[in-house]
Design a binder for this molecule. Sequence first.
Ligand code: HEC
Length: 120
Amino acid sequence: MRLALLPVLLVAAPALAADGAALFETHCASCHAAVSGAPAGAGPNLGGLMGRAVASDPDYDYSPVLRAARDAGEVWDPATLERFLRDPEAMFPGIWMGGTSLRGDTDRAAIAAYLAGQAP
Ligand code: HEC
């Protein structure tokens, strides 16, 4: 019985893990929009995040640590976002966003891929 289920799981798992839109909905959308022109929520709008300077949603009042990163010229790309999501506080001590409930590298990569497809 268990062996019979294994191929099903092996086929289904990557498909589920790669669904960045669903992961975003579950883990991020309560605080973030990711659509061009959407208003900020508890967190800034993440539409067009890749290639965008850190802390650059004009409608959002960022913490000092993120504003300092912007002033230092830091820019978001997929690798930076994945490192950030692993431990936001380690990258930006004093940030107002807590840790995420994402489980692993595959989920973080799927979120990064999803956000890379969201237009500015
Ligand atoms: C409970 C609310 C909350 C959740 C859930 C949350 N965030 Fe945040 N996020 C914030 C807040 C608040 C900030 C602004 C932090 C600051 O100014 O220090 C932020 C900032 C960010 C930034 C920096 C944006 C910029 O303009 O530079 C990114 C990127 C980000 N979040 C991604 C995510 C992703 C991806 C998820 C889901 C895995 C997520 N966040 C989940 C509240 C949240």
